[in-house]
Write a new protein. Structure first.
Length: 365
């Protein structure tokens, strides 16, 4: 029991610290995940949506501190109860998203390690078992250092977490695990190999045969039967190949400009997933950026999920000398964790990515 408790203590402590730091690297991304959970199609807790960013920051910092507390043996009863409550909460979320197929990625390890909802749920069940085991065997958990060193360790951990939070919120994540990281080519990330497996669907055809309803199942072919067709439903039974980028487009009404923009030699894309929520102080920086871009032979466009009418009014009101095109909101949130942010493209390759605080530091080559 003693050795098992030691192993569980080390494993759970390190995992909570790792998970917390990964999410702390990108708290905005974790807040988007919480917003998805609290949305009307999942838990329908709309009153919490304005609080998702401070909630995300608080959760991940607490996750790191609880992991550190477990490793050093600080206030074991409080620490174990905190772990237990957190893992029960996370287990419920992962079960809910898995069972009802609401959220396809729990965000447990940010974008660094992708887990399916059921994988996340089983992971949480294993952690729950470990934490419950430690709770009933806490007599084997003792402080490693004296109280002064324990408190100093926790304070240092808190200071490091606050510093990381300030850095990534003022700029961008320190590590970028997404498909839109600098150096990646968007076209290549969107491409699908010719021999890639395709989605396999089950088709359930409903016919009226001799005045009786009958269901005939195929993988897509229309059944050869004598009877009156009533309805057909489909069910995905095997997921095919999905490229790393699958929801990116640059559109203006019904016209798609994706290939045209991705073929440009030098283009700056100003990204705002929602122009109503854009940082107002960044407008002046955007205007200065356009001047520098023009002088260095760069094209510049805007990309938003806001409506065409709203984006056009926004452009006119703020006297912006470039057009806004539309793109999926989730894709824009994924590209850059800043509103606004920007990426610089050369023939579809991302050569730079900036938070609006760093627009002034863009290097025009």
């Amino acid at each position: 029991m003693k050795l098992i408790t030691y192993f569980f203590r080390f494993f759970v402590g390190v995992l909570f610290i790792f998970s917390g730091l990964i999410k702390l690297n990108d708290p905005v991304g974790f807040s988007f995940k919480l917003e998805e959970y609290f949305g009307p199609t999942v838990l329908d807790l709309g009153f919490l949506i304005p609080l998702v960013l401070p909630m995300a920051i608080s959760i991940v910092i607490f996750e790191v501190l609880v992991g550190v507390s477990l490793l050093i043996g600080f206030k074991k009863k409080y620490t174990l109860w905190s772990l237990l409550l957190m893992i029960v909460f996370f287990t419920f979320l992962t079960w809910y998203s898995a069972y009802f197929n609401k959220v396809t990625d729990c965000g447990c390890f940010g974008d660094a390690i992708k887990l399916t909802p059921w994988e996340s749920f089983y992971k949480d069940i294993i952690l729950l078992i470990m934490i419950v085991f430690m709770y009933f065997n806490q007599k084997f958990i003792h402080p490693i250092f004296n109280l002064k060193f324990q408190i100093s360790s926790l304070l240092l951990s808190l200071i490091v977490c606050v510093f990381i939070t300030y850095t990534v919120l003022s700029h961008l994540p320190i590590l970028d695990f997404r498909a839109y990281k600098v150096g990646n080519n968007i076209k290549e990330e969107m491409s699908i190999p010719e021999d890639a497996p395709k989605d396999v669907y089950e088709y359930n055809w409903e016919f009226l045969i001799d005045n009786k309803k009958q269901i005939i199942t195929t993988t897509g072919d229309y059944p050869t039967v004598e009877g009156e067709f009533v309805d057909v439903t489909t069910k995905l039974i095997k997921k095919g190949y999905e490229p790393a980028i699958y929801d990116f487009s640059i559109e203006d009404g019904d016209i798609n400009f994706t290939d045209e923009v991705l073929d440009m030699n030098k283009v700056i894309v100003i990204i705002s997933y929602d122009l109503e929520k854009i940082n107002k102080k960044s407008i002046v920086k955007i205007k200065d950026l356009f001047t520098n871009a023009f002088n260095n032979d760069y094209e510049i466009i805007g990309l938003t999920s806001s409506s065409k009418a709203f984006s056009e009014n926004f452009r006119i009101e703020n006297d912006l000398p470039f057009a806004f095109y539309t793109c999926d909101e989730t894709a824009l949130k994924t590209i850059v964790r800043s509103n606004p942010g920007l990426i610089v493209l050369e023939k579809g390759t991302i050569i730079a990515k900036k938070h609006f605080n760093d627009f002034d530091n863009l290097n025009f080559k």
